[in-house]
Design a protein around this ligand. Structure first.
Ligand SMILES: NC(=O)c1ccc[n+]([C@@H]2O[C@H](COP(=O)([O-])OP(=O)(O)OC[C@H]3O[C@@H](n4cnc5c(N)ncnc54)[C@H](OP(=O)(O)O)[C@@H]3O)[C@@H](O)[C@H]2O)c1
Length: 328
């Protein structure tokens, strides 16, 4: 069985740095190479993070025989092109969330990976934490009864700048694709694909959604009440509510380390799930576990579900009349 995997990081921005730090605590991992659009950036990033091979193009990175898995860490609007590039070179790919800018692109990328029989996963890191695995077990075992509701939010106060990625419509800026996707993805993990959606957003000066509220209803009538923002700090809690109790995942629920379970007639219990490092190691470990067992998709973040989430995001922003410049 294969033990060590060699990673290549595509892009040198904020999340690329955090992911590179996260990889360092996994013994079975070699951070082999980085690729940037410029030699200067590749070299600076490589020396800061101790990455031996530094490529001055994404093409050179994906074609490097020293790389097994490519981690795509570019802005949302580049994910389709960069993931297809890496898959075309025969690499396994972990692509940042949102998987693509819309469902049509997601469908194309997923079909390509499946046709090439290559591993592909959306980097929805929250799902890969030990706490989330425990939550899935508890729901499976009906520990809080029949789960009927979820409330979850992810809003944070970003530095405002019309040129900033988050406020730039042309690269898919706005709250929904950046952080709103987290509660949407959590609702999907718990209830599956929604059957009805009601939502409202405030679009800011640059045209992006700056705050939004979404209600998703599901087949058995379960309801998710979700909110997101990029100019407000929200509570960042997730509460899963069942007929026999509730689980409150403490803030920040999207990097989960503790929850409180409340059940009738029983004192509230706090369960803690401390972890080393910054938490990005769990999604990387999931990729490598799949590859070791010959899986081309993750059961924790399946590609059909990634596509369903992209469709939900498309449907939500259609209600706001929010289109990205490519016209979707
Ligand atoms: N999982 C998480 O916790 C998390 C957190 C933050 C962000 N993200 C996701 O990660 C992705 C990147 O976010 P980020 O905050 O790291 O962005 P960022 O700091 O702006 O970095 C993006 C990098 O992509 C490359 N790039 C390629 N084409 C670009 C273009 N047209 N404009 C700007 N940069 C371009 C650049 O690297 P080179 O110049 O080296 O080519 C740049 O450094 C987003 O999709 C975001 O949703 C995930």
């Amino acid at each position: 069985m294969r033990n060590t995997f060699r990673w290549g990081i595509l892009g040198t921005g904020k999340i690329a740095r955090q992911f590179a730090e996260g990889l360092k605590i996994l013994p079975e991992t070699t951070l082999a190479a980085v690729g940037s659009r410029t030699a200067e950036q590749a070299s600076a990033f490589g020396s800061q993070l101790n990455i031996p091979i530094r490529h001055s193009s994404y093409e050179a990175l994906v074609n490097d025989p020293n790389v097994d898995i490519v981690y795509v860490a570019t802005p949302h609007s580049c994910h389709r092109e960069n993931t297809l590039l890496a898959l075309s070179a025969g690499k396994s790919v972990l692509c940042e969330k949102p998987f693509t800018i819309d469902a049509r692109d997601a469908e194309e990328v997923i079909a390509f990976a499946r046709a090439q029989k290559l591993f592909l996963m959306e980097a929805m890191w929250t799902r890969c934490f030990p706490l989330m695995s425990r939550v899935r077990e508890m729901l499976q075992a009906s520990e809080i009864g029949d789960v009927r509701m979820l409330t979850a939010d992810f809003g944070f106060r970003a530095e405002y700048g019309e040129e900033e990625r988050l406020f730039d419509l042309s690269v898919g800026g706005g709250a929904l694709l950046d952080v709103g996707i987290y509660p949407v993805s959590l609702a999907s993990m718990i209830f599956g694909t929604p059957t009805r959606i009601a939502s409202l957003a405030n679009l800011g000066k640059t045209g992006v959604d700056e705050e939004a509220a979404m209600i998703l209803a599901h087949e058995q009538g379960q309801i998710a009440v979700l909110s997101t923002a990029i100019r407000l700090d929200t509570a960042q809690e997730a509460i899963i509510i069942g007929t026999k109790g509730r689980i409150r995942v403490h803030a920040p629920w999207w990097r989960p380390a503790a929850f409180t379970i409340s059940r009738e007639g029983v004192a509230d219990q706090i369960q803690e799930f401390p972890f080393d490092g910054n938490g990005y190691q769990f999604e990387a470990a999931e990729v490598m576990n799949c590859l070791r067992s010959g899986e081309l998709e993750s059961r924790v973040m399946p590609l059909d579900e990634t596509l369903s989430i992209m469709k939900t995001l498309d449907a939500i922003r259609a209600q706001w009349g929010l289109q990205y410049p490519k016209g979707v």
